[in-house]
Design a protein around this ligand. Structure first.
Ligand code: BTN
Length: 245
Protein backbone atom coordinates (compact mmCIF):
# COMPACT_ATOMS: atom_id res chain seq x y z
CA UNK A 1 0.00 0.00 0.00
CA UNK A 2 1.46 3.37 -1.04
CA UNK A 3 1.59 6.16 1.55
CA UNK A 4 0.25 9.64 0.73
CA UNK A 5 1.69 12.20 3.13
CA UNK A 6 0.17 15.52 4.22
CA UNK A 7 1.96 17.77 6.67
CA UNK A 8 0.54 20.96 8.18
CA UNK A 9 2.26 23.69 10.16
CA UNK A 10 -0.93 24.25 12.08
CA UNK A 11 -4.28 22.49 11.96
CA UNK A 12 -7.25 22.07 14.28
CA UNK A 13 -6.93 18.26 14.51
CA UNK A 14 -5.33 15.74 12.16
CA UNK A 15 -8.17 13.27 12.91
CA UNK A 16 -10.76 15.91 12.02
CA UNK A 17 -8.91 16.77 8.79
CA UNK A 18 -9.08 13.11 7.73
CA UNK A 19 -12.81 12.99 8.42
CA UNK A 20 -13.45 16.20 6.49
CA UNK A 21 -11.43 15.07 3.46
CA UNK A 22 -12.70 11.52 3.17
CA UNK A 23 -14.03 12.13 -0.36
CA UNK A 24 -10.65 13.34 -1.63
CA UNK A 25 -8.51 10.56 -0.19
CA UNK A 26 -7.10 7.81 -2.37
CA UNK A 27 -9.03 4.61 -1.59
CA UNK A 28 -6.01 2.37 -2.24
CA UNK A 29 -3.40 4.31 -0.27
CA UNK A 30 -2.53 4.83 3.33
CA UNK A 31 -2.95 8.54 4.05
CA UNK A 32 -0.55 9.85 6.68
CA UNK A 33 -1.36 13.26 8.09
CA UNK A 34 0.86 15.09 10.56
CA UNK A 35 1.10 18.57 12.01
CA UNK A 36 3.55 20.75 13.93
CA UNK A 37 0.68 22.05 16.06
CA UNK A 38 -3.00 21.31 16.68
CA UNK A 39 -5.31 24.05 17.85
CA UNK A 40 -8.11 21.64 18.79
CA UNK A 41 -6.39 18.30 19.39
CA UNK A 42 -8.86 15.74 20.70
CA UNK A 43 -8.40 12.81 23.04
CA UNK A 44 -10.68 9.93 23.97
CA UNK A 45 -14.01 10.80 25.62
CA UNK A 46 -14.01 14.27 23.96
CA UNK A 47 -11.06 15.36 26.06
CA UNK A 48 -8.63 17.99 24.89
CA UNK A 49 -5.20 16.80 23.69
CA UNK A 50 -2.52 19.40 24.44
CA UNK A 51 -0.76 20.04 21.14
CA UNK A 52 1.79 22.88 21.40
CA UNK A 53 3.85 23.77 18.30
CA UNK A 54 7.01 21.91 17.28
CA UNK A 55 7.29 19.71 20.34
CA UNK A 56 5.43 16.49 19.74
CA UNK A 57 4.05 13.94 17.32
CA UNK A 58 0.48 14.65 16.19
CA UNK A 59 -0.37 12.19 13.45
CA UNK A 60 -3.26 10.38 11.84
CA UNK A 61 -3.30 7.35 9.58
CA UNK A 62 -6.40 7.08 7.41
CA UNK A 63 -7.30 4.16 5.16
CA UNK A 64 -10.19 2.28 3.58
CA UNK A 65 -10.70 -1.42 4.12
CA UNK A 66 -13.18 -4.18 3.47
CA UNK A 67 -16.46 -4.05 5.39
CA UNK A 68 -15.67 -7.53 6.70
CA UNK A 69 -12.14 -6.70 7.82
CA UNK A 70 -11.40 -8.91 10.82
CA UNK A 71 -10.83 -7.25 14.20
CA UNK A 72 -11.09 -3.65 12.98
CA UNK A 73 -12.05 -2.69 16.55
CA UNK A 74 -8.50 -3.64 17.59
CA UNK A 75 -6.78 -1.18 15.28
CA UNK A 76 -5.99 1.12 18.21
CA UNK A 77 -4.20 -1.74 20.00
CA UNK A 78 -2.27 -2.53 16.81
CA UNK A 79 -1.25 1.12 16.72
CA UNK A 80 -0.19 0.89 20.39
CA UNK A 81 2.05 -2.09 19.56
CA UNK A 82 3.59 -0.13 16.65
CA UNK A 83 4.23 2.95 18.78
CA UNK A 84 5.73 0.78 21.53
CA UNK A 85 8.03 -0.86 18.96
CA UNK A 86 9.19 2.59 17.86
CA UNK A 87 9.84 3.66 21.46
CA UNK A 88 11.83 0.45 21.97
CA UNK A 89 13.84 1.23 18.82
CA UNK A 90 14.69 4.55 20.48
CA UNK A 91 15.90 2.72 23.59
CA UNK A 92 12.84 3.12 25.85
CA UNK A 93 10.90 0.44 27.74
CA UNK A 94 7.27 1.36 27.10
CA UNK A 95 4.20 -0.17 28.71
CA UNK A 96 0.51 0.06 27.82
CA UNK A 97 -2.44 0.90 29.98
CA UNK A 98 -5.55 -0.79 28.65
CA UNK A 99 -7.04 -0.11 26.15
CA UNK A 100 -4.21 1.73 24.40
CA UNK A 101 -2.38 4.40 26.42
CA UNK A 102 1.40 4.43 26.04
CA UNK A 103 3.37 4.77 29.24
CA UNK A 104 6.97 5.43 30.20
CA UNK A 105 7.89 5.14 33.88
CA UNK A 106 4.14 4.49 34.52
CA UNK A 107 3.26 7.94 33.13
CA UNK A 108 1.36 8.67 29.94
CA UNK A 109 3.63 9.53 27.01
CA UNK A 110 1.20 8.86 24.17
CA UNK A 111 -2.45 8.40 23.37
CA UNK A 112 -4.41 6.91 20.51
CA UNK A 113 -7.82 7.89 19.15
CA UNK A 114 -9.32 5.66 16.45
CA UNK A 115 -12.61 6.16 14.65
CA UNK A 116 -14.24 3.81 12.16
CA UNK A 117 -16.91 4.99 9.70
CA UNK A 118 -19.09 2.82 7.51
CA UNK A 119 -19.12 3.89 3.84
CA UNK A 120 -21.37 2.36 1.15
CA UNK A 121 -18.77 -0.21 0.06
CA UNK A 122 -16.01 -0.05 2.66
CA UNK A 123 -14.92 1.02 6.11
CA UNK A 124 -13.02 4.26 6.56
CA UNK A 125 -10.57 4.08 9.44
CA UNK A 126 -8.95 7.03 11.18
CA UNK A 127 -6.16 6.13 13.58
CA UNK A 128 -4.74 9.14 15.38
CA UNK A 129 -1.74 9.17 17.69
CA UNK A 130 -0.09 11.78 19.85
CA UNK A 131 3.33 11.21 21.43
CA UNK A 132 4.90 13.68 23.83
CA UNK A 133 8.40 14.05 22.43
CA UNK A 134 10.02 17.30 23.60
CA UNK A 135 7.17 18.66 25.70
CA UNK A 136 8.53 20.61 28.66
CA UNK A 137 7.59 19.90 32.30
CA UNK A 138 5.65 23.19 32.66
CA UNK A 139 3.27 22.27 29.81
CA UNK A 140 3.12 18.63 30.93
CA UNK A 141 2.02 19.78 34.36
CA UNK A 142 -1.20 21.12 32.76
CA UNK A 143 -2.22 17.55 31.89
CA UNK A 144 -4.80 16.17 34.31
CA UNK A 145 -2.97 12.87 34.89
CA UNK A 146 0.64 11.75 35.42
CA UNK A 147 2.33 12.39 32.07
CA UNK A 148 5.81 12.53 30.62
CA UNK A 149 7.72 13.11 27.39
CA UNK A 150 10.72 11.45 25.77
CA UNK A 151 12.77 14.49 26.67
CA UNK A 152 11.73 14.38 30.31
CA UNK A 153 12.64 10.71 30.51
CA UNK A 154 16.08 11.05 28.95
CA UNK A 155 17.08 14.68 29.40
CA UNK A 156 17.69 15.15 25.69
CA UNK A 157 15.66 16.31 22.71
CA UNK A 158 14.46 14.01 19.93
CA UNK A 159 13.74 14.92 16.32
CA UNK A 160 9.96 14.76 15.92
CA UNK A 161 10.40 13.99 12.20
CA UNK A 162 12.41 10.85 13.02
CA UNK A 163 9.71 9.57 15.37
CA UNK A 164 7.10 10.24 12.67
CA UNK A 165 9.12 8.38 10.07
CA UNK A 166 9.64 5.36 12.31
CA UNK A 167 5.92 5.31 13.14
CA UNK A 168 4.91 5.51 9.50
CA UNK A 169 7.24 2.68 8.60
CA UNK A 170 6.11 0.44 11.46
CA UNK A 171 2.39 1.08 11.00
CA UNK A 172 2.58 0.49 7.23
CA UNK A 173 4.21 -2.89 7.90
CA UNK A 174 1.58 -3.72 10.52
CA UNK A 175 -1.23 -2.92 8.08
CA UNK A 176 0.27 -5.35 5.57
CA UNK A 177 -0.34 -8.12 8.08
CA UNK A 178 -3.56 -6.78 9.57
CA UNK A 179 -5.32 -6.03 6.28
CA UNK A 180 -3.14 -7.25 3.41
CA UNK A 181 -2.78 -10.77 4.73
CA UNK A 182 -6.11 -10.57 6.55
CA UNK A 183 -4.58 -11.68 9.86
CA UNK A 184 -6.36 -9.13 12.05
CA UNK A 185 -5.25 -8.71 15.67
CA UNK A 186 -3.83 -12.20 16.19
CA UNK A 187 -0.17 -11.47 15.27
CA UNK A 188 -0.18 -8.46 17.60
CA UNK A 189 -1.94 -9.99 20.60
CA UNK A 190 1.07 -11.43 22.42
CA UNK A 191 3.13 -8.27 22.15
CA UNK A 192 0.20 -6.19 23.33
CA UNK A 193 -0.29 -8.54 26.28
CA UNK A 194 3.40 -8.29 27.19
CA UNK A 195 3.22 -4.49 27.10
CA UNK A 196 0.31 -4.31 29.54
CA UNK A 197 1.22 -2.59 32.78
CA UNK A 198 -1.52 -4.44 34.70
CA UNK A 199 -0.62 -7.38 36.90
CA UNK A 200 -2.92 -10.22 38.01
CA UNK A 201 -4.89 -9.31 41.13
CA UNK A 202 -4.03 -5.62 40.79
CA UNK A 203 -6.97 -3.57 42.11
CA UNK A 204 -8.74 -1.59 39.43
CA UNK A 205 -11.62 0.83 39.03
CA UNK A 206 -13.21 0.70 35.62
CA UNK A 207 -15.79 2.88 33.93
CA UNK A 208 -17.63 1.15 31.08
CA UNK A 209 -19.36 4.35 29.84
CA UNK A 210 -22.36 3.53 32.03
CA UNK A 211 -21.17 2.74 35.52
CA UNK A 212 -18.12 2.28 37.68
CA UNK A 213 -16.89 -1.24 38.46
CA UNK A 214 -14.32 -2.19 41.07
CA UNK A 215 -12.34 -5.39 41.05
CA UNK A 216 -8.96 -6.83 40.19
CA UNK A 217 -7.21 -7.35 36.86
CA UNK A 218 -7.85 -10.88 35.61
CA UNK A 219 -6.58 -11.11 32.03
CA UNK A 220 -6.53 -9.79 28.50
CA UNK A 221 -8.82 -11.76 26.19
CA UNK A 222 -7.80 -12.71 22.63
CA UNK A 223 -10.18 -10.08 21.22
CA UNK A 224 -8.37 -7.34 23.19
CA UNK A 225 -11.07 -7.05 25.89
CA UNK A 226 -10.06 -6.66 29.52
CA UNK A 227 -11.37 -9.19 32.04
CA UNK A 228 -11.89 -7.97 35.59
CA UNK A 229 -12.67 -10.11 38.59
CA UNK A 230 -15.44 -8.55 40.67
CA UNK A 231 -15.61 -8.89 44.48
CA UNK A 232 -18.35 -11.52 43.96
CA UNK A 233 -15.82 -13.71 42.14
CA UNK A 234 -17.50 -13.18 38.79
CA UNK A 235 -15.11 -12.38 35.93
CA UNK A 236 -16.55 -9.71 33.66
CA UNK A 237 -15.04 -8.64 30.36
CA UNK A 238 -15.20 -5.22 28.72
CA UNK A 239 -14.49 -4.25 25.13
CA UNK A 240 -14.42 -0.52 25.79
CA UNK A 241 -14.24 1.86 28.70
CA UNK A 242 -11.58 3.39 30.86
CA UNK A 243 -9.56 2.52 33.92
CA UNK A 244 -9.87 5.32 36.46
CA UNK A 245 -8.22 6.31 39.71
C1 BTN B 1 -6.13 9.90 24.20
O1 BTN B 1 -5.29 9.29 24.84
O2 BTN B 1 -7.08 10.47 24.74
C2 BTN B 1 -6.00 9.93 22.68
C3 BTN B 1 -5.19 11.10 22.21
C4 BTN B 1 -5.05 11.15 20.71
C5 BTN B 1 -4.34 12.40 20.24
C6 BTN B 1 -4.03 12.39 18.78
S1 BTN B 1 -2.96 13.71 18.30
C7 BTN B 1 -3.26 13.37 16.61
C8 BTN B 1 -4.74 13.03 16.48
N1 BTN B 1 -5.52 14.23 16.31
C9 BTN B 1 -6.31 14.48 17.36
O3 BTN B 1 -7.06 15.46 17.47
N2 BTN B 1 -6.19 13.50 18.26
C10 BTN B 1 -5.24 12.50 17.84
Amino acid sequence: METKRYHFTTIDSTNKWARQHIDELDKDSLTFISADEQTAGRGRFQRKWLSPANQNVYATFAFFCDKNQADIGNISQVMAVCAADVLEQLGFSPECKWPNDLLLSKKKVGGILCEVFTCPTSLFVIAGIGVNVNMSPDIISEIDQPATSLQMERGRQYLVEIVLELLEHRFRDALKLFIGKGKGFKPFFQKFQELLVHRPNQTMRFHDNQRLWEGTFHSLLPDGSIAIQLPTGEVKSFKSGELTK
